[in-house]
Write a protein that binds this ligand. Structure first.
Ligand SMILES: [Mg+2]
Length: 275
């Protein structure tokens, strides 16, 4: 049982013994989604900064000998780098297709020619509808953003775009997914769950994984680590999820990170990463 005398350990919904489970593990991988998990949503996407205090907590966790820390997002890697500055830990962008280690080394997964053609077609269709200001072209996906739009209009536009993209997706090994504040057509064959599993393979065999996210693409990661770790979904209790645990909102994630920073160290695991 973890010594609780001077520690604030926030409750993790549905996992009352979470901190006891974590405190027994010598080697841990903590992976976090970005938007809606570390950073509140903002109509201007590049203004969606991490909640005050979170960058410092990330820096401190990166320094822990027992934890490898990674941020995994649907955003392109260059955006993540800009928004998380000066933090330089492991970042995975574009739903797993781009990976940057803390050494600065970058790996990019290629999508097939057919997928490239499909995304290009989906992009053209959206532009033809006069949606240029709301379209984001990413290395392995095209996103249509409706954040800030009136709700009924947003739902109608997302439905129309999704219907047009679905036809292309079925022919080009792509899939259409709704996310909070828009809809996206993305390459099949690799996702956040795959990226997380790949990270875990780089870690010592006994490493325990915790993944925190708030959105539908995070479900791939929750499902993947059900036997090797704990997924925690950020949001309300009603949303169906494969995650075992729940945190209500971003301030609760901040409290979680703060508790992680202060966990007693179990071992002197050799650290291969830096802040
Ligand atoms: Mg998110």
């Amino acid at each position: 049982m973890i010594g609780r005398e001077n520690l604030y350990l926030p409750e993790i919904g549905r996992i009352p013994r979470f901190w006891d489970i974590i405190s027994l593990r010598q080697s841990k991988l903590l992976a976090l989604d970005y938007d809606g998990t570390l950073a509140p949503f903002h109509v201007n996407r590049m203004e969606a900064r991490p909640l005050k205090g979170i960058p410092e907590l990330l820096r401190k966790i990166s320094l822990r000998e027992d934890t490898t820390l990674a941020v995994i997002s649907g955003r392109p890697l260059d955006e993540l780098e800009m928004l998380l500055k000066p933090w330089k830990g492991i970042m995975i962008g574009s739903h797993g297709f781009e990976k940057r280690y803390c050494s600065g080394q970058v790996f990019i997964k290629k999508i097939s020619l057919r997928q490239q053609e499909g995304l290009s077609h989906a992009h053209t269709l959206a532009l033809d509808r006069g949606m240029e200001a709301h379209i984001e072209k990413k290395p392995a996906s095209i996103a249509f953003h409706t954040r800030g739009a009136e709700k009924r209009l947003a739902v109608r536009l997302e439905g129309e775009i999704a219907a047009e993209w679905t036809g292309i997706a079925s022919r080009c090994s792509l899939e259409v997914r709704k996310f909070k504040g828009g809809v996206e057509v993305l390459a099949r064959g690799w996702n956040k769950g795959d990226a997380l599993e790949e990270l875990l393979r780089d870690e010592p065999k006994e490493t325990f994984c915790v993944y925190i996210g708030d959105n539908s693409t995070d479900e791939d990661a929750f499902r993947r680590i059900r036997s090797s770790g704990i997924g925690i979904r950020v949001g309300n209790r009603e949303t169906p999820t494969a995650a075992r645990g729940l945190l209500p909102d971003i301030p609760a994630v901040k409290g979680f990170l703060d508790a992680w920073v202060n966990l007693p160290l179990k071992s002197g695991r050799e650290r291969c990463h830096e802040a």
